[in-house]
Design a protein around this ligand. Structure first.
Ligand code: ATP
Ligand code: ATP
Ligand code: MG
Ligand code: MG
Lengths: 256, 256
């Protein structure tokens, strides 16, 4: 039954979606069956793997209001072994709509329970917020992978995120652990990048992945072609970095 | 009485805070009295102008629960003529806490009404979401300035943002206009940057600022020193770009 990993950081634009798409795809290439869940109303992971929003009649919101079995909503992608549970801008209404509903933090957990037997890994792309959708992801997950852009504001928000993870562990999901902190958009030419990475390793030690994702424009180009980097440009720095993250992710799992 | 401008885009990491801090500071340097309102629980604008969160006893949340007069919460910054109404991570509770409260969309408007007589301009830095705090900013504002990172995902979210602005204009704030779309993190060497800028100008014409903010690492370094770019490195590309935005912003105002 699948291990569920939330990819979360309330700081915006740090590489959550880019990591969700490309780590999932890299593991699928290694032969694992992977589900990518888009839990962000922006639906960037959905369009980033080539699914046009206008064509989408079924998505995560329909699972939450129990109108459809989750298996009906899941779709294949261009990568063999990688499926997606798509999002839609309609999801933005969940925050207010479910505020009075009992167990509103477990909507996603219930949705994924019926899907877990069919996959090795399930990755959840989160929105840049600590609202109800991200809480749902933290409740449904075994672990949290935290992309950290190698810039100042990204460091600042980590305290709040780690506190939220601790609170979720105390009250809603006692098994939740941190999968790791993944440095992203690292630019070897910039002192700022090196300083932030040093600070991360100093404060968080082995929680920080050895692999660093370098800034690479091919990663920013790939979504406009609706493809993960491994299909868009498999020889790029970005593709190599995410393949290395996939290998390190598997090696770290083996240590538990 | 001040013109109020919301700086909003639900896409994360597109340069909202960087624009809020540096455009405010550039206008203060020109001799205008400017208030920067931090309406994001991440409080990046607050720390970016050098105010440590641990030292903060009064902030925007206290204005919302009417415990304190807004004038008591406003603080000066290192730039003459620029004040800040600080945020705090406690603000994240507003989303759920005020859900049943009547007129919950007008909390910020009421707070700013007592401050408007003291300034020429009030800029509101928004969180990467279309939740209640951003709605409050759109209700309190005369116009919305939309930073758009010159990358693919940033283009995608514009439709949803423009729709939200239209809905707010219809039901809550009939005078709300778009101040303009400001291209950010433009990298002259990248085809992607040029393509996105072309697309922006094609779809939105004169709504797009002529001035473009180039990618410039000095802009990313400045917040870790708690200074706007005009104090951190006034000769940098970033400082020149935001001075040019300030001039264009004033020239566009004169056209109304
Ligand atoms: N390593 C990288 N090198 C270059 N560009 C990158 C890299 N990683 C991500 N990007 C680009 O940076 C922007 C932000 O990344 P992304 O959208 O994945 O972040 P996010 O954390 O998911 O954002 P949000 O908070 O809005 O959900 C996107 O345009 C993306 O294509
Ligand atoms: N023109 C630029 N050149 C280089 N770096 C920039 C530029 N503008 C912003 N940055 C950096 O990019 C990151 C994202 O910018 P910023 O935090 O201002 O975006 P935001 O839209 O406010 O993010 P959020 O959605 O989290 O509120 C920050 O680390 C910032 O320092
Ligand atoms: Mg994302
Ligand atoms: Mg910001």
């Amino acid at each position: 039954s699948a291990r569920v990993i939330a990819i979360a950081n309330q700081k915006g634009g740090v590489g959550k979606t880019t990591t969700a798409i490309n780590l999932s795809a890299a593991l699928a290439l290694e032969g694992y069956r992977v589900l990518l869940v888009d839990a962000d109303p922006q639906a960037n992971a959905t369009t980033g793997v080539g699914i046009p929003l206008q064509e989408l009649s079924l998505h995560l919101y329909h699972c939450f209001i129990s109108e459809v079995a989750p298996r009906e909503v899941v779709r294949p992608t261009a990568v063999d072994g990688l499926d997606i549970l798509p999002s839609h801008t309609d999801l933005v209404g969940v925050e207010v709509e479910f505020v009075d509903r009992a167990e509103r933090e477990r909507l996603l957990q219930r949705t994924l329970n019926t899907l877990r037997p069919h996959y090795h890994f399930i990755f959840i792309d989160c929105a840049p917020s600590l609202g109800i959708l991200t809480i749902n992801a933290l409740v449904a997950a075994h672990s949290v992978l935290i992309p950290v852009q190698c810039e100042y504001f990204a460091l600042e928000g980590l305290g709040k995120l780690l506190e939220t993870i601790r609170l979720v562990r105390q009250s809603l999901n006692p098994d939740l652990v941190i999968e790791g902190l993944l440095p992203t958009m690292y630019d070897t030419r910039l002192l700022l990048s090196r300083q932030v990475l040093e600070e991360l390793r100093y404060h968080f030690g082995d929680l920080v992945f050895q692999t660093v994702i370098h800034r690479n424009t091919r990663l920013a180009e790939a979504p406009s072609h609706g493809k993960p980097i491994c299909l868009y440009d498999k020889h790029s720095r970005g593709a190599r970095d995410y393949a290395a993250v996939a290998r390190e992710f598997l090696a770290r799992l083996a240590q538990y």
